[in-house]
Design a protein. Structure first.
Length: 258
């Protein structure tokens, strides 16, 4: 337990620039006090002194404003900064080198016995006011934004924000996939794309292809018009919306005799 205490104090210097001396940390940091009291209450809990463990945990809650169930498992070099309002449930597991800020809740979503609280893997950082609920796993080195509500697993090295929490990396991937879909003349929604040489090259190439297809269609139409015969002229006159005059009828008749 003393080794844990030494690590809990030393890690504060790495994560809190306001820390000055070991004495200051030992006497004024409620996160350190809460972890120290939890080590003892957890030892009582593991020894099946459940009532004593709960009583000692309750005393720690009153002194620090941090509620940690004696059944929770907390690893090495965990730092609870400020700490007021932090709640950690019975079956929660916190890995090594994790950081929790004030107002964080590691809670459950079920009244059933068994695993019902989150598991934080190594190096997880949870921002102030975040709620991590249910038997989910927060992957190694993941980050949870302040006031986020997390109800599903978060992969390693990911960042989750919002209510309900969404993975920023997944949102970015979705946005890029949406952007990759068809856009008129290959111009995306980003105004900066118009200045991108690759985009401009694609636009010009598409326009040239479009113009080439139009030229081919016009040449085909011209060749078909040049091959119109006399009988085709008669059909055209028959379907004409204008009434044929005597002069045009005589001209057509002469054309047929030829």
């Amino acid at each position: 337990m003393f080794n844990h205490l030494k690590e809990d104090i030393s890690i504060v210097f790495d994560r809190d620039p306001a820390a000055r001396t070991h004495l200051e940390i030992l006497t004024t940091y409620p996160g350190v006090h809460a972890l120290l009291m939890h080590r003892f209450s957890h030892w009582l809990w593991k020894a099946k002194f459940y009532w004593l463990g709960r009583v000692f945990s309750h005393i720690g809650r009153g002194l620090t404003g941090i509620e940690i169930h004696p059944g929770a498992t907390i690893g090495h070099r965990v730092f609870i900064d400020h700490g007021m309002g932090v709640v950690i449930g019975e079956t929660a597991v916190i890995g090594d080198d994790c950081t929790l800020y004030h107002g964080v809740t590691l809670g459950g979503t079920s009244w059933n016995k068994g695993k019902r609280h989150p598991t934080l893997e190594q190096g997880v950082v949870i921002g102030a006011g975040a709620k991590v609920l249910g038997p989910i796993t927060i992957g190694k080195n993941a980050k949870i934004g302040s006031n986020a509500v997390v109800v599903k697993d978060v992969p390693e090295n990911a960042t989750a924000v919002g209510i309900p929490a969404r993975i920023l990396e997944e949102e970015k991937a979705k946005a890029e996939a949406q952007k990759a879909k068809f856009s008129a003349y290959a111009v995306g929604g980003d105004e900066n794309d118009a200045l991108n040489p690759e985009v401009l090259s694609k636009v010009i190439h598409d326009l040239m292809q479009h113009a080439e297809k139009q030229d081919q269609a016009i040449n085909l139409l011209r060749s078909q018009l040049a091959n119109i015969t006399a009988s085709d002229s008669n059909v055209a006159v028959a379907f004409s919306t204008k009434k044929p005059t005597a002069k045009s009828t005589l001209k057509t008749a002469k054309t047929i005799k030829k």
